[in-house]
Design a binder for this molecule. Structure first.
Ligand SMILES: N[C@@H](CCC(=O)N[C@@H](CS)C(=O)NCC(=O)O)C(=O)O
Length: 320
């Protein structure tokens, strides 16, 4: 039997899913002599609309008015044995297409072009430097922080000084990121990719305890955001998981103790406000890519790749 780990074997031998640390950790910086200075048209984001981590970077790119400064390629929603791939034009996949920058068929080619010995996972998002033809960074939590500040010399005035790692709230944001990452953002994956009953139950129970804590935090906040009247990184990092919750995680990852729309009225209202009232959240949310990706890529969970129709609609209008 081959000792090579299959790309789709998500859980470790003990049944627990552990996310790998990202490998490329350079910074775009407006400091003098920086290796990666901010420049219009120089950087590119490789993303999947399905991926909650990549979606953070798309939300921030739009919130910061960086659409004409940083370009984007969207991969096909299907993640296969060779990882993410780019859609061919004649496949007619809405909102995805070929990689016009490099002509790569698979995202792995981009990783290997930078490091032929690369042994990590071929994840999105990837922040690509067109000039030096290299990966600057593939860790979403770091990419979004660069976007808050480093392009302020290039963005329109209304977007300058919009820093979602809000000075004065840094400690609270870090604290919240910490438990929300572990129990919710990654918690849904730890529930869904678990291969033992024990690992699943341990993680799904922690996930719902954490959602109860978010509900309580929002109830106590003077709102409409997690930390009060100001939209912060904590909201941006939580949203992509919550918007996927009812349509995908409830059934596909067996996160079905409760649903957002029926059981968490305050989180539900927070999510609806972000989605319906702030275009950066709605414009970067693509339910077709989201639903098809999870249900048709993870064949160990859903061997026939049938995508459930419900819940209908994917998100309720604000009146409900
Ligand atoms: N730490 C990374 C995680 C990114 C990540 O895990 N992306 C997933 C998609 S949701 C991916 O590309 N997975 C492909 C693979 O593991 O083969 C980040 O936040 O940027």
């Amino acid at each position: 039997m081959s000792t090579e780990t299959k790309i789709t074997a998500w859980a470790s031998k003990d049944g627990e899913f552990r996310r790998q640390a990202s490998s490329f950790r350079d910074q775009i910086s407006s400091a003098p002599d920086a290796q990666f200075p901010p420049e219009e048209g120089r950087y590119h984001l490789y993303v999947s609309y399905a991926c909650p981590w990549a979606t953070r970077t798309l939300i921030v790119r739009q919130l910061k008015g960086l659409q004409d400064i940083i370009s984007v390629s969207v991969v096909h929603w299907h993640l296969g044995e060779k990882g993410w791939r780019f859609a061919e034009v004649d496949e007619k996949i809405p909102d995805a297409g070929p990689d016009d920058l490099t002509g790569a068929k698979f995202l792995r080619e981009i990783y290997f072009s930078v490091n032929p010995e690369y042994t990590g996972r071929f994840t999105v998002p990837v922040l690509w430097d067109k000039k030096l033809k290299t990966i600057v960074n593939n860790e979403s939590s770091e990419i979004i922080r660069m976007l808050y500040t480093e392009f302020d010399g290039l963005v329109a005035n209304e977007y300058k000084n919009l820093n979602f790692y809000v000075p004065g709230y840094a400690k609270q944001i870090d604290e919240m990121n910490d438990w929300i990452y572990d129990t919710i953002n990654n918690g849904v994956y730890k529930s869904g990719f678990a291969t033992t009953q024990e690992a699943y139950e341990r993680n799904v129970v922690r996930l719902f305890e954490a959602l109860d804590r978010v509900e309580d935090t929002l109830k106590r906040s003077d709102g409409p955001y997690l930390l009060g009247k100001t939209l912060t990184e904590a909201d941006i990092r939580l949203f992509p998981t919550i918007i996927r919750f009812d349509p995908v995680y409830v059934q596909h990852f067996k996160c079905n103790i409760k649903m957002i729309r029926h059981d968490y009225p305050v989180i539900h209202k927070w999510m609806q406000h972000l989605y319906w009232d702030i275009p950066a959240f709605k414009d970067t949310c693509n339910f077709e890519h989201i639903k098809k990706h999870y249900t048709k890529s993870h064949t160990q969970i859903n061997p026939l790749s049938i995508t459930p129709v419900g819940p209908v609609p994917d998100i309720l209008p604000k009146s409900e």
